[in-house]
Design a protein around this ligand. Structure first.
Ligand code: GRF
Length: 191
């Protein structure tokens, strides 16, 4: 059985979509651990409700930094758990060498825009402000840059007249929840 780890900082709706895909037989895998840098993140609660172990990564009070020693400890933990693939799902820190080296071509991220357009935070808002006619989401391999790794799959979402950042993000999230499990499946097939 393929063993997944999920890292997230927030609500965890994409993590939920992975749980659902597994439960419904669309993804032949198991999530062995969920990690969050935010002790209050709902993703941890979702994991526990699912009977998946959920742990907090202590990033030493830094707001955005993902300290290298923490990445090293996470890499060792995931290797000890024999994790095959790491899925970033709303994880708000940049992954660097210790984790990348431990899981080459085995770390995925979901981003709420049609990369390479609009990397970074609140990508849906960036798209709206730029007057984009099409928005969407991307699953990509993670490298050391911000949302720069090889693109695996994308889904398009129309921008509607009168959209607010919230309404557009909600429409994008519907597609994210379909896209991420499908993209994980496709990445697993490439291993
Ligand atoms: C999603 O929009 C994802 O694309 C972005 O952060 C958001 C996370 O949402 N990277 P959730 O925590 O999965 O609900």
């Amino acid at each position: 059985m393929i063993r997944l780890a999920v890292l997230g900082s927030g609500s965890g709706s994409n993590c939920q979509s992975i749980f659902n895909a597994i439960n419904e037989g669309r993804l032949d895998a198991e999530v062995v651990i969920v990690l969050s840098d935010n002790p209050d993140a709902y993703i941890l609660e979702r994991a526990r409700r699912h009977g998946v172990s959920a742990e907090v990564m202590d990033c030493g009070g830094y707001k955005n930094k993902f300290p290298l020693e923490v990445q090293q400890a996470v890499a060792e933990k995931l290797q000890a758990l024999r994790v095959d693939m790491v899925c970033l799902a709303g994880f708000m820190r940049l992954v660097k060498e210790p984790l990348l080296a431990a899981f080459p071509n085995r770390i995925l991220n979901i981003h709420p825009a049609l990369l390479p357009a609009f990397p970074g935070v609140e990508a849906w808002k960036q798209a709206l402000e730029a007057g984009a006619k099409q928005a969407g989401c991307t699953v990509h391999y993670v490298d050391a840059g911000m949302d720069t790794g090889e693109i695996l799959m994308q889904a398009y979402v129309p921008v509607m007249p009168g959209d607010t950042p919230e309404s557009l993000h909600a429409r994008i999230q519907v597609q994210e929840h379909i896209l991420y499990p499908a993209a994980i499946l496709s990445a697993l097939a490439r291993l």
